[in-house]
Design a protein. Structure first.
Length: 79
C-alpha cells in the first residue's frame, strides 16, 4: 500500500500518537477525588500534581501535536 494518499507521513503519525498519549496522561494527572458536600473540604484539589504538572503535560502534548502536523516529511522535501 502506498502512502501517497495519506496527508501525513509515518513520522508525522508517530509524533501525533506520542502527543495524544501526553494529552491523555496530562488529563489523568489532573483527575482525583472531588470535594463533596457531605465530606467537607478536600485539600487534595490544590496539589501540585493537579494544578501544575497535569496542565503542563497536557499543554506540551497539544504543542507536540502541532509540531507533528506541521513536521515536513522527507518524501515531500525530495519533490
Amino acid at each position: 500500500m502506498s502512502q501517497k494518499n495519506f496527508a501525513l507521513s509515518k513520522t508525522n503519525l508517530i509524533i501525533c500518537g506520542i502527543a495524544m498519549l501526553l494529552i491523555i496522561a496530562g488529563f489523568l494527572l489532573m483527575t482525583g477525588p472531588a470535594t463533596s458536600l457531605e465530606g467537607g473540604f478536600e485539600p487534595n484539589i490544590f496539589s501540585a500534581r493537579r494544578i501544575k504538572i497535569g496542565p503542563i503535560v497536557s499543554l506540551s502534548g497539544f504543542a507536540l501535536m502541532i509540531v507533528g502536523i506541521l513536521y515536513p516529511s522527507k518524501e515531500r522535501k525530495k519533490k
